[in-house]
Design a protein around this ligand. Structure first.
Ligand SMILES: [Zn+2]
Length: 456
């Protein structure tokens, strides 16, 4: 089998290797909206070289009635490396969970400690990641100043902007400077993911600290998200590759769609609503919304109106989360459960498998510019195998997050039984059998400038 190239840049197309699969994976897969038995021929460099009813002459593995999907790409994780609390998370633990959850490529956010605001910090973070990645990864840089953005443009894979303070990011771009900052990002040609909440709209009641998710929703209300999105759309220059992270409201979806802007939704905002008897494990930013908004968001997702699914995996130690609600940090782990929870929705007839694959696999991979979100010749053989008969209950003790808890405890989920990285098994029988030599996309391209973004 090939050396572990993972989701690096696409190799030059060699017509000989293209025609000679070294390994064949057979099973059912989606073709024109229906599941059909097909065979995937994988070349020695980990690329899909053929797709046919039957392929002979190579080592083969047949998964029978199980379903083969492209592995997912998660544009939004926080692996807390460097600077997170000891034993909370790092690149190895985070990408291990990714592998077991069927996520083959992750984008790590820049609000680490120190935050990624200059090329030196990005390079030292990259050095921590290399050799510790079970799946492919790329690193965001924080868009903090126009000068910082210019200096990072040859190093970062994408930018992240916070319109409200968050873990590790205590500054907010002043109103008059936002247009200049967005202009600097647009000039780099890189994508910008934005945490869109306007702190000016947060409700401040000095007599009462929020004590549950329903009160958290009132403290950071709908209008703070809607106003932040309006502000972005009004000052964002033409040519800016804008992406709104974790939209929580049907109104936000409509607005960004009308503007032709990309967005993502998380399983927590799609599946959990803000309850007055909920605890701080359900404290996230932006908040979980009330049931009416949640079900509206779900309808938007299942109808395909929200282009991308992302986890916003943001673990915290239990001792932090178990503080009184108003003192507990916001965020929850989720990269291992994102795809399994949604596969359960497919099983339950609530979500079309094709819609899920487009949102979890195809579109986010295209957003990054990596050919790994489709089962098609020319794409990386980053694949997961799912048996829809193997439903399980989510239990924190069976998950791999060092924080040891999940807000989805007890819900049904369907975890992948196999996961292939460039045609090599990294999960078999639901157990990790891989290594930590997956590649980091960018900044290895820093010297030669950014790779051309392939529209895969
Ligand atoms: Zn986040």
């Amino acid at each position: 089998m090939p050396v572990h190239r993972s989701v690096g840049p696409p190799p030059p197309h060699d017509p000989i290797s293209r025609s000679e699969p070294e390994f064949v994976l057979a099973g059912r897969m989606l073709a024109n909206g229906t599941l059909r038995s097909m065979e995937i021929g994988i070349g020695p460099d980990g690329e899909i070289v053929r797709l046919a009813k039957s392929i002979s002459g190579a080592r083969r593995h047949d998964v029978g009635e199980a379903v083969i999907l492209p592995s997912a790409t998660d544009l939004h994780v926080h692996f807390r490396d460097p600077g997170g609390p000891k034993d909370l998370e790092n690149f190895e633990s985070g990408t291990l969970q990714s592998a077991l959850g069927g996520v083959g490529l992750v984008g790590d956010m820049p609000n680490t400690d120190p935050p990624v605001t200059d090329p030196d910090r990005l390079e030292s973070k990259a050095a921590r990641a290399r050799g510790h990645l079970a799946v492919g990864a790329f690193l965001y840089a924080a868009a903090s100043t126009p000068e910082g953005v210019r200096r990072l443009s040859r190093h970062a894979a994408a930018f992240k902007l916070y319109l409200s303070p968050t873990t590790g990011i205590r500054w907010v771009t002043p109103e008059p400077d936002l247009g200049t900052l967005l202009g600097a990002v647009a000039a780099t040609g890189l994508a910008l993911s934005v945490h869109a909440e306007s702190p000016g709209r947060f409700a401040a009641d000095p007599t009462h600290a929020p004590d549950n998710p329903a009160e958290w929703n009132r403290a950071r209300p709908d209008r703070s998200e809607l106003e932040a999105i309006e502000r972005l759309l009004s000052v964002g220059p033409p040519g800016l590759r804008l992406h709104v992270a974790h939209v929580t409201l049907p109104g936000s979806v409509e607005r960004v769609r009308a503007a032709g802007v990309s967005s993502e939704a998380t399983p927590q905002h799609l599946l959990l609503s803000a309850r007055s008897n909920g605890g701080s494990r359900e404290k996230v930013n932006p908040p979980l919304r009330l049931e009416a908004e949640r079900s509206g968001l779900w309808e938007a997702f299942r109808s395909g109106s929200i282009p991308i699914l992302a986890s916003d995996h943001a673990p915290h130690l239990l001792e932090e989360k178990d503080k009184p609600f108003y003192l507990a940090p916001s965020g929850m782990p989720g990269v291992e459960t994102m795809l399994p929870l949604m596969l359960e929705q497919v099983h339950a007839g609530q979500l079309d498998l094709g819609t899920l694959v487009r949102a979890a696999c195809d579109r986010p991979a295209r957003w990054v510019g990596v050919p790994c979100g489709r089962i098609a010749p020319g794409h990386r053989a980053n694949l997961v195998v799912v048996d829809f008969r193997r439903r399980q209950r989510v239990e924190a003790r069976h998950l791999h997050a060092p924080c040891g808890w999940t807000a989805f405890e007890g819900r049904h989920a369907i975890f992948p039984i196999e996961h292939y990285r460039d045609g090599n098994p990294i999960v078999q029988g639901g157990e990790f059998v891989g290594d930590y030599r997956a590649s980091l996309l960018r900044p290895e391209y820093a010297e030669g400038g950014p790779p051309s973004t392939r529209s895969a």
